[in-house]
Design a binder for this molecule. Structure first.
Ligand code: FES
Length: 116
């Protein structure tokens, strides 16, 4: 089997009510992962793209979160309706969906203005 061209991780983490940080899902379930897989299959990307559920990606204040490698493109506030643009524009055509990207300045920093 050839190597994957892209590997996608979709956060499915959930925390109890009142936790100090938000969660990407309420109950560990999300339509986003299933929708991405369905659209990737329909686009004929099945063998070249791997789409995994993941635990917390530590970018919780921007969730629901997902990340696409090898580019390392982080998408935030993503919902199932956004899946089509990510599959057709990024996974199939190689052009990241700019409107859904998390700003580089907001990744992996406690000084992000979105983080309390
Ligand atoms: S809970 Fe999804 S990034 Fe932390």
């Amino acid at each position: 089997m050839p190597a994957f061209e892209r590997h996608v991780f979709v956060c499915h983490n959930s925390r109890p009510a009142g936790a100090p940080r938000p969660s990407c899902t309420v109950d560990g379930k999300s339509d986003l992962h299933a929708r991405l897989q369905q659209l990737a299959k329909e686009a004929g990307l099945g063998a070249s793209i791997r789409i995994n559920k993941s635990g917390c990606l530590d970018q919780c204040e921007h969730g629901p979160m997902m990340v696409v490698y090898p580019e390392g493109v982080w998408y935030g506030n993503v919902n199932a309706e956004d899946a089509k643009a990510i599959v057709t524009e990024h996974l199939a055509a190689g052009r990241p969906v700019e409107r859904l990207r998390v700003a580089d300045d907001c990744l992996n920093t406690k000084s992000c203005p979105h983080r309390g």
